[in-house]
Design a protein around this ligand. Sequence first.
Ligand code: 2P0
Length: 353
Amino acid sequence: IAAQKWVLMVTAQTPTNIAVIKYWGKRDETLILPINDSISVTLDPAHLCTTTTVSVSPSFEKDRMWLNGKEISLSGARYQTCLREIRSRATDVEDEKKGIKIGKKDWEKLHVHIASHNNFPTAAGLASSAAGFACLVFSLAKLMNVKEDQGKLSAIARQGSGSACRSLFGGFVKWKMGKEEDGSDSIAVQLADEKHWDELVIVIAVVSSRQKETSSTSGMLESVETSMLIKHRAKEVVPKRIIQMEEAIKDRDFPSFARLACADSNQFHAVCLDTCPPIFYMNDTSHRIISYVEKWNRSEGTPQVAYTFDAGPNAVLIARNRKVAAQLLQRLLFYFPPQSDCDFNSYLLGDRS
Ligand code: 2P0
């Protein structure tokens, strides 16, 4: 490493992803290995995403990280694992213009600064950890010239937060639970790219941007320990749904896609209710949105909109095309008019149904 002062930087942007077949429950808490496969759709990076800048300089005295402008601790095991796994795969980096040459071994002594920013509320059930860890792993891998493929990187992001492994790909993505004890085959694979089914429109109805009461990590641990339903779900239900969902995506079969996504969201929340003590992620407004969409789909004779809810009350609504999306927005604005005291993009749903 040259003695002079320099800073090398990489900036990356990663969208969040929304599961249509949900991940809920781990078989290994440390390696973050799930009890079932899951399938998600990665959002357009223009909307819900994390932007992360990672930098390295001989003048940095320790690894540091800022999230949305506030310094946070990197001492947690998940951050440490991601940093360690990426560092151990670092290779030589050379920037001739700046006169920088970093050897493979130098990375062990150099420290990084990480600045990350979410353009949506953190921990409000909008999968902020997914975009966050995916972006962290991807940007560090670029900075340190890691030569692994996206699948290998997804296995590292998985150890930051399970759902993060799916955000390393665009389009439709499957997280294979894998069989190996070391987690080497628990990776994300792309099922179809972002152009495959681009008439779908995703509308996220922010019912509340408050932080959730039960984190996904502790919630799913309690479900695995106490719910009978989760065992049935992981063994009997999800394996069949994964095959059907892959088929629906391949064929762009919206009715099957919608039925499977809605049923899987409802079963995930049923598992939460079956947990002791029960976990309530949805609220009255979420339930009214479900009833409203179900009624609409029934009246049309075939599904127009799919709904799915993660670990929070916000509705993710997937319209079969732009025309339906426009109708959906109009109807949402009428039945759930915006409240005046909202804090997310000045728009929060009220309820007049
Ligand atoms: C999912 N969720 O498949 C499911 C559906 C929430 C409901 O992945 O402990 O934040 O970090 O692995 O990834 C949320 O769980 O939990 C999640 P950890 P994560 O998107």
